[in-house]
Write a protein that binds this ligand. Structure first.
Ligand SMILES: [Zn+2]
Length: 119
């Protein structure tokens, strides 16, 4: 009985966990959608008065928002399809505590590290 293994075993999500994660994902989706709307509204407002630096910041913010939104929507799809919480690379379970911090995570901590190392 090795219930002390660190990363992958203690991953079972309870129904309450799922509800909390789903709510978190919904909130993030709403937030990112509003952010994107706001950014595009800003982009349309008097563009000639906006400096290049300002535009660059906005473009970066929008790119991040779009990326997170894509991840969040994919995570919600996975929830609906009952595939939530499995790593896309190794197919192993993603640790519960990781999902609690990053509900839209596609990879377990190990695979994420590998991906970042090769970026
Ligand atoms: Zn993995």
């Amino acid at each position: 009985m090795n219930h002390q293994t660190i990363d992958d075993r203690n991953t079972a999500l309870t129904i309450e966990d799922f509800a909390a994660l789903r709510e978190n994902l919904h909130e993030q989706r709403l937030f990112r959608r509003e952010q994107l709307q706001q950014l595009s509204a800003e982009a349309n407002a008097v563009p000639e008065r906006q400096g290049a630096a300002h535009i660059e910041v906005r473009v970066r913010l929008a790119a991040t928002a779009r990326m997170v939104l894509t991840d969040v929507e994919a995570a919600l799809d996975r929830m609906d399809q009952g595939r939530y919480g499995a790593c896309h690379l190794c197919r192993g379970p993603i640790a519960r505590e990781r999902l609690m911090i990053v509900p839209q995570a596609r990879y377990c901590a190990r695979c994420q590290q590998v991906r970042e190392a090769y970026r």
